[in-house]
Design a protein around this ligand. Structure first.
Ligand SMILES: Nc1ncnc2c1ncn2[C@@H]1O[C@H](COP(=O)(O)OP(=O)(O)O)[C@@H](O)[C@H]1O
Ligand SMILES: [Mg+2]
Length: 261
């Protein structure tokens, strides 16, 4: 049994299982806070595979993924990085926000993602054939950039792709209840607020309200915060810095929760 709580939105669990069984890499696209990381953790539990998560950024080097020589009192020794550990011992290597990583870092993934499934380690002269239980999973937010554009066709065409979005209202409500402990009525109001914000077409809101923010709001309410204040501190303030936008969002929250003071 899996310990990680995850409520499926569609057929993503089956798709992940098929990709894993066919030794294919998986690409997950979706806005921030919609459940991508939680999903990969859940699948790791379900398939009984370790998950090595790396959140990518522009300072991430190939050595951060592959490994490096270290020195101790006995001299130098090699230490596998998270990618090499997963390749060597089996496991899921999950590269979150892969678009943030530089090209010269991600180029090492090509031979792993295509039919060869090998990882060459220049520093040690090793060429590691991936363990049967090795799986590469990458995710990114297509709202920012297009990952596929920069990828070689031979690599790109190996990926099984999954597109995530914020869960449907019913699913999202259940997630909020389970994750934050609020009652069904509060959860319903939070999802309604989210739906209304998501329908606003405002350039000043860089990204729509995420499931993560709704869970935060729920948690503040569970901790005893007045629901109106909880929404202000979680949902509203984190979506914009523009005075007029904040006022629109504030009014929207006021329709559902009473402002005290
Ligand atoms: N389908 C889901 N099942 C359970 N929790 C979810 C789900 N989707 C989102 N969540 C909640 O939203 C939070 C953010 O999800 P996360 O996986 O970190 O988002 P992402 O990786 O897409 O940015 C999680 O910590 C969890 O509380
Ligand atoms: Mg994530």
């Amino acid at each position: 049994m899996s310990n990680t709580y995850y409520l499926p939105q569609a057929n993503e669990v089956e798709l992940f299982e098929v990709a894993a069984s066919m030794n294919l890499p998986l690409l997950i696209k979706g806005p921030t806070g919609c459940g991508k990381t939680r999903f990969v953790e859940y699948m790791g539990d379900k398939l009984k595979r370790d998950v090595y998560t790396v959140v990518c950024h522009d300072d991430l080097s190939a050595a951060d993924l592959i490994g490096r020589h270290l020195i101790d009192e006995n001299g130098t020794y090699w230490q596998d990085g998270p990618l090499t550990k997963a390749v060597r011992n089996g496991g899921i290597c999950y590269l979150d926000e892969i678009i943030e990583a530089r090209k010269d870092t991600t180029v090492i993934l090509h031979s792993l993602a295509d039919y060869r499934r090998v990882l060459p380690i220049d520093r040690t002269g090793e060429m590691i054939q991936a363990h049967p239980d090795f799986m590469l999973v990458v995710s990114y937010n297509p709202g920012y950039q297009n990952l596929l554009k920069g990828m070689k066709p031979s690599t790109k065409q190996r990926f099984i792709s999954l597109s995530f979005d914020y869960p449907h209202a019913g699913v999202e409500k259940e997630i909020i209840i389970k994750e934050s402990g609020v009652n069904a009525d509060i959860a319903q109001r939070l999802t309604t607020i989210a739906d209304e914000i998501r329908q606003l077409d405002d350039n000043d809101i860089q990204e729509a309200v995420s499931t993560r923010l709704l869970v935060y709001a729920g948690k503040l309410i569970s901790k005893g915060f007045n629901p109106y204040d909880a929404c202000m501190h979680s949902i509203v303030e984190s979506l914009s810095d523009e005075r007029e936008v904040l006022e629109v969002l504030e009014r929207l929250v006021q329709l559902h929760f009473i402002q005290k003071n």
